[in-house]
Design a protein around this ligand. Structure first.
Ligand SMILES: NC(=O)C1=CN([C@@H]2O[C@H](COP(=O)(O)OP(=O)(O)OC[C@H]3O[C@@H](n4cnc5c(N)ncnc54)[C@H](O)[C@@H]3O)[C@@H](O)[C@H]2O)C=CC1
Ligand SMILES: CC(=O)C(=O)O
Ligand SMILES: [Mg+2]
Length: 612
């Protein structure tokens, strides 16, 4: 099935009419279908029971200076804002001018947070109109610094915290959240924040940043998102010793205590928001896979670092094949080195293996594993019976069942990256280690000796954790690299010519996925959805862009990417019998997706009686 659908270049979906496609959806899906909410009607006015200052201080209601005279009358705010009504364009002028005066990225971050806390409509308008620039503030790389400094820059609460004090209380606590409809939840335990390690409750900025991209890129409504930190403690000594730290001051819960804590939270959330999509984010490897395996078939959830990263990395490799004049079917001929054997590294490689197997050009899964060489902090996962290089990184813990699959029986254990490159002559090198600079000059130059167009993807975040810089990649490959990084780099001028860089981040995947799940009311997230996401993104660059080394649209086009991804994932949800929304008749799926995207604009505010 997948073999046929994955490798076509143009999805039939874009031509499909919903009326005809609904007909072949499974009986189960049809019998459980709910009416599709008419979001266009919902967004024509906003209603509130609030009055006076409560309206002005509610960021979801506030329009700042843009309230009309009649609204000021209706809402009891006449005289509480400056007299001249200024529309959004003027507000944006003022905001942009003030933003430009911030001296550092962190100052910009604090400025953006303050705007979000005052007026979310304006915040999202600004973000959408300047996604390329401002995603670097509210998301990687600046969000990393904001997490490290969370307890210093903290101003106002956003999201929910569930801590070790709350055991036994979570089912009641979830009702403290003020919104009855929640579509997407991003939850972290702060144990591996980007490549910055354990940041405990400071990790809250990650769910907030990811959810801002769900709204700005995926058109999810700001009232239906929920950022969550599970504060199970931290092992970060610096934070534990900092009197300003805002999280629990004990070491991390482990074992059964940890899993029962998470379980209580999942049940509490399911109880109040049974339809919400849960995104597990930045959980350390030892828990990431366990939690995913425990919940993926019971709850509508996924792990972003494992699954979304896998989709975008596969998209990058597939698009790079086209950029090298080959086709997707050449994937099984690739020789891939992956530096990093954690949840992201293993997740990404599993996605590539799945795709090779689906293509049917390898005889077995084992043969597919033979195309990928995996290194961790000790070096190559090789055969210790053939000898072992010593590294200064201490003893390697036992490999887990997923890592063992990549063991190379014919190569010495713990070989260095440069040795592996010389032995293997890779076509692609992936960095998911969080270790800055591990793509050494020797390794990348050796790679460039073996192939015409080396594919160099240092994917670790934030920028300073990157395995190499864009400049280094082009310098060491005589300008021949096809380059993508997790955090943004500027295009590089190499010998008078511009070399293009790509940002390969899971943000290309999750907003579109969330839009599809919300629109179709799908009950589960499946691996096919991620595979199709990869293919969709891999097909987005034009021939001309591919020639220049551009693999897919950049962050500035996230809304367009999300729409494409959502359309395809929505189709998959119906094909797999997982969707529950009955889509409106007579329009194309793409139009339905487009219409369901929230757009930040001011609509008339009407006061209603709370007792009605
Ligand atoms: N671009 C993107 O969209 C994404 C990027 N990432 C990045 O991937 C990185 C890793 O994430 P996880 O796998 O969750 O972390 P993890 O902690 O589970 O795994 C890190 C892996 O890197 C290895 N490693 C550490 N130092 C090394 C060194 N010097 N040489 C070789 N290997 C080394 C470790 O042994 C471990 O296998 C992070 O920096 C994260 O920001 C993660 C998800 C998405
Ligand atoms: C991008 C992301 O999810 C990470 O670096 O963890
Ligand atoms: Mg992450």
């Amino acid at each position: 099935m997948l073999r046929n659908s994955v490798f076509r270049t143009v999805h039939s979906a874009t031509k499909l009419h919903v009326t005809s496609s609904v007909r072949h959806y499974s009986r189960r899906a049809l019998t459980t279908m709910a009416a599709f909410p008419d979001l266009r009607m919902e967004t024509m006015v906003q209603t509130t029971t609030k009055h006076g200052m409560d309206v002005i201080h509610d960021p979801l209601l506030s329009k700042g200076t843009a309230f009309s005279l009649s609204e000021r009358e209706r809402l009891g705010i006449r005289g509480l804002v400056p007299p001249r009504t200024q529309e959004m364009d003027k507000q944006l002028q003022r905001i942009i001018r003030n933003l430009r005066e911030c001296r550092t990225p962190l100052e910009k971050f604090v400025f953006m947070t303050a705007l979000q806390d005052r007026n979310e409509t304006l915040y999202y308008r600004l973000l959408i109109d300047n996604l390329e620039e401002l995603s670097q503030i509210i998301y990687t790389p600046t969000v990393g610094e904001a997490c490290q400094r969370f307890h210093s820059i903290y101003r106002r609460s956003r999201g929910m915290y569930f801590s070790s004090l709350d055991r036994g209380q979570m089912a009641a606590m979830v009702h403290n959240w003020p919104h009855d409809q929640v579509d997407v939840i991003v939850v972290t335990d702060g144990s591996r924040v980007l490549g910055l390690g354990d940041l405990g409750a400071n990790g809250m900025q990650i769910p907030i940043g990811k959810l801002s991209l769900y709204v700005a890129g995926g058109g999810i409504r700001p009232t239906s998102i929920l950022p969550v930190v599970l504060d199970v403690g931290t092992n970060n000594e610096e934070l534990l010793n900092d009197p300003l730290y805002l999280g629990m001051g004990h070491r991390r819960l482990e074992g059964d205590e940890y899993y029962s804590f998470v379980d209580e939270w999942v049940h509490a959330i399911q109880n109040r928001y049974p339809n919400a999509l849960i995104q597990f984010e930045d959980f350390q490897s030892k828990h990431a896979y366990n939690l995913l395996n425990k919940y993926k078939d019971k709850v509508c959830c996924f792990n972003d670092d494992i699954q979304s990263t896998s989709a975008v990395a596969l998209a990058g490799v597939l698009a790079s094949l086209k950029a090298r004049g080959q086709t997707f079917e050449n994937l099984s001929d690739e020789r891939i080195i992956c530096v990093g054997a954690g949840s992201a590294g293993v997740g990404v490689c599993e996605g590539i293996i799945d795709c090779m197997v689906e293509q049917g050009k390898v005889k077995s899964r084992e043969e597919a594993y033979s195309r990928i060489w995996m290194l961790d902090q000790h070096g190559l996962i090789g055969n210790s019976n053939l000898g072992s290089e010593q590294t200064s990184n201490g003893e390697r813990a036992e490999l887990d069942e997923r890592q063992v699959c990549y063991e190379k029986k014919d190569m010495k254990d713990r070989m260095s990256l440069e040795e592996v490159v010389k032995a293997v002559k890779p076509t692609v090198i992936l960095g998911l280690s969080g270790a800055p600079g591990v793509f050494t000059e020797g390794a990348i130059r050796a790679m460039a000796d073996g192939v015409e167009k080396p594919v160099v993807f240092p994917l670790s975040n934030p920028t300073r954790q990157s395995e190499c810089t864009a400049e280094q990649a082009f310098e060491w490959t005589d300008g021949r690299a096809i380059f993508a990084s997790g955090s943004p780099f500027k295009d590089v001028e190499y010998k008078g010519q511009i070399r293009k860089v790509n940002q390969l981040n899971n943000s290309n995947s999750f907003p579109g996925l969330g839009l599809a799940i919300t629109t179709s009311r799908a009950t589960r997230v499946t691996s096919k959805m991620f595979m199709e996401t990869a293919v969709t993104i891999a097909n987005m660059a034009t021939e001309d862009q591919l020639k220049q080394g551009i693999l897919f649209p950049g962050m500035g086009e996230l809304r367009r990417v999300s729409k494409e991804v959502a359309t395809r994932v929505c189709e998959v949800a119906y094909e797999q019998g997982l969707a529950r929304a009955q889509l409106p008749q007579g329009s194309s799926l793409k139009d339905v997706i487009e219409d369901s995207m929230w757009n930040p604009e001011y609509v008339p505010t009407i006061r209603i009686d709370g007792h009605m």
